[in-house]
Design a protein around this ligand. Sequence first.
Ligand SMILES: *Cc1c(COP(=O)(O)O)cnc(C)c1O
Length: 400
Amino acid sequence: MKRIYFDHSATTPVDNEVAALMMEYMTEKFGNPSSIHSFGREVKKSVDEARQQLASLLNANSNEIFFTSGGTEADNLALKGLAFANRKKGNHIITTCIEHHAILHTCDYLEKNGFTVTYLPVDENAMVRLEDVKKAITDKTILISVMFANNEVGTIQPIKEIGQLAREKGIYFHTDAVQAVGNYPIDVKEYNIDLLTLSAHKFHGPKGIGALYIRRGVRIDAVQHGGGQERSLRAGTENVPGIVGLGKAAEIAQQDMTKKIARISTLRDKLIKGLMEKVPDIKLNGHPTQRMPGSVNFSFLYVEGESLLLNLDLKGIAASSGSACTSGSLDPSHVLLAMGLTHEVAHGSLRLTLGRGNTEEDVEYCLTVLPEIVGRLRSMSPLSASSKMSDSNPCSICKH
Ligand SMILES: *Cc1c(COP(=O)(O)O)cnc(C)c1O
């Protein structure tokens, strides 16, 4: 059966060139970068080159790049490291309601440890309002953390403006840019970013490797203690194959960026337009223009996202839904709820994220299969139109 991958926000396939390079660093070039001998020196040089390749993608300097085990660790290091290092200056952190759990759960932890956190709301397009950021700032605010692009609905935030505001107020600005790095142009200097999180597996690099950009002069505490690797900010023998893979993926991303964005956003728009034409009673989630090139998210009224997902999977299409049924919870996405969707509408949401390997044929196949699935599910749906649209009744799916 045909298999189509429309879940690039979850992960992406490793580029062949990246995989081949990594293999070399698992076999012949297996040294420890801390070793003085030639095996060590050889790989230390490669780690430094990868740091340079990544820095170049962000318009950073290579000594501002710190490798971690991925996006989650970099988010933890940024928030905890900055918070604990600046405790004497203040204990207030500003973030948003639509962050990834790597940010939200780290903020929970910080709240249990003497910090206060303001969670900014978003508008109906999942966009943070600059006014709300301004209003939330107090004389105790030490950090603002706003994601670059949302992983569920693809909305790109006004990062440059928020960064400028933070800079003027002398507050550190962190952005979780895991969805954006390698898929969208980012310049840390132009955007006034102090700390930035990225992860290789979201742009055709390997899983289990990421990095934190820390602007020169910004001091943070280490979270993991041990050897002196990564200038003592992240102890532990370097994941050399991962690091060289990340560097190569960054280099390829930088070369391909403009063409890739043009091609993928054309496919995205074709999919959005086609679904709007073919399926009645659907709602596009996310910003109409400020959205990631590959990001499509719709709510299909009167059906459950989970059912859509399973039926698409039977037809070979891999997508994702807005509720977290797989983790044993029926609660709909915190992002869709923050955008003001009712539980019922949020439950009918489906995320299709396009990437480098997708073709026009993939989109056409989806435009044939998906409307048919929606029609079939709706014809047997127990969810009546009246119960579906009501705000006051408890949700018939999660009972909230
Ligand atoms: C995937 C993702 C993460 C987590 O990155 P990992 O490398 O998988 O730990 C964090 N934030 C966002 C926005 C993501 O999309």
